[in-house]
Design a protein around this ligand. Structure first.
Ligand code: 5GP
Ligand code: MN
Length: 320
């Protein structure tokens, strides 16, 4: 069932014990929105547990609550009144799905590719740049106090999902929300300085990845394709795509990582082409200009498959 903002706020306000989670491979919006909502709800006197089924990148240690994030375990089932899934449809939350026992689940997201389903309640606002921006809307709707702790977390998702306010998804509402969060105590410089720090090895890995970059689709696409050995060796690859999407003439940038013999993860960015449409062909999703999917096939086949799909999208002008 599709919920309105006020119905979603009422459900959150009505619950006493909540578990909040977000997608695996969590980014600034997933981490910021779960922790931000936790602070808001704790401020309203509620018992809140944050579960994320993945490692949390060290840069996020500046976010208040970083240390209370728990990894779900198969042996432990947490009972609560309300299970809240943020920034993804409910199939990308790893073991959190099986470790929470709740009579009701609410999914809050900003991805237009989230189809929802009959069993779960969905609040979807694809006009918002980040799930953190929706949590800000909910804070207003619930009359919750924006503490400094919540503001730090929510600002992080606004910043990271908009490429630090550079992408087209940053709207006037996003800037107004950011301004309010600054008034509430968010420190943008502390967040961006913490997130830009990289281990030396990651910068060296970037050099290796860039040296094997391939241009295709008549120079309109750029790709980095990492074998399973490279993927296993490289600790952090998230920043790579930003370096190849800026090449003059490139519309679509792709990074493919082979994680298992028959499992490759794909990240795409674009200037014009609707990459969420490409991702959806392979059961993934995302936004018009940033999307991803998983290809269950060997490295060479996955590479050829995604290159072909991108070439077709560019040739046929899949512009949203
Ligand atoms: P990234 O390339 O940074 O992993 O993801 C870009 C965008 O696409 C993010 O908004 C992310 O949530 C979404 N996305 C990435 N991979 C998947 C996927 O496998 N399924 C869905 N539904 N969304 C994805
Ligand atoms: Mn997001």
């Amino acid at each position: 069932m599709k919920l309105t903002l006020s119905e979603t706020a009422a459900a959150l306000s009505g619950a006493k014990k909540l578990v909040v989670t977000a997608h695996v491979n969590p980014d600034g919006d997933a981490i910021g929105s779960t922790l931000g909502l936790m602070h808001l709800l704790r401020g309203l006197g509620k018992d809140v547990t944050v579960l994320l089924d993945d490692d949390i990148p060290a840069g996020f240690h500046v976010l208040p609550g970083y240390d209370v994030i728990r990894r779900p375990s198969e042996d432990e089932k947490i009972a609560c009144d309300l299970f809240v899934v943020l920034d993804t449809m409910t199939d990308r939350i790893g073991k959190a799905a099986a470790s929470v026992h709740a009579p009701r689940l609410i999914n809050i997201d900003h991805h237009h590719t989230n189809p929802g389903n009959d069993k779960e309640d969905l609040y979807l606002d694809a006009t918002r740049a980040a799930t953190c921006e929706i949590i800000y809307d909910l804070a207003k709707e619930m009359d919750a106090t924006l503490s400094k702790e919540a503001a730090m977390c929510l600002y992080t998702g606004l910043a990271t999902d908009t490429g630090f306010f550079r992408f087209s998804n940053a709207a006037s509402h996003t800037y107004r929300a950011a301004a309010d969060l600054l008034d509430a105590g968010a420190q943008p410089n502390v967040i961006s300085e913490a997130l830009e720090v990289k281990p030396l090895q990651t910068v060296k890995d970037l050099g290796e990845a860039l040296s094997q970059m391939e241009m295709f689709a008549d120079g309109k696409a750029s790709g980095i394709f990492l074998t399973q050995a490279q993927t296993a060796r490289m600790e952090s690859t998230e920043s790579f795509i930003g370096h190849i999407r800026v090449i003059d003439g490139v519309d679509v940038a792709v990074v493919l990582k082979c994680k298992e013999p028959e499992l490759c993860r794909v990240s795409m960015r674009s200037k014009h082409v609707d990459v969420s449409r490409i991702a959806t062909m392979f059961d993934g999703g995302g936004h018009v200009r940033a999307a991803g999917c998983t290809l269950k096939m060997p490295f060479e086949q996955a590479k050829a498959t995604i290159m072909e799909a991108i070439e077709k999208a560019i040739r046929e002008g899949w512009i949203a």
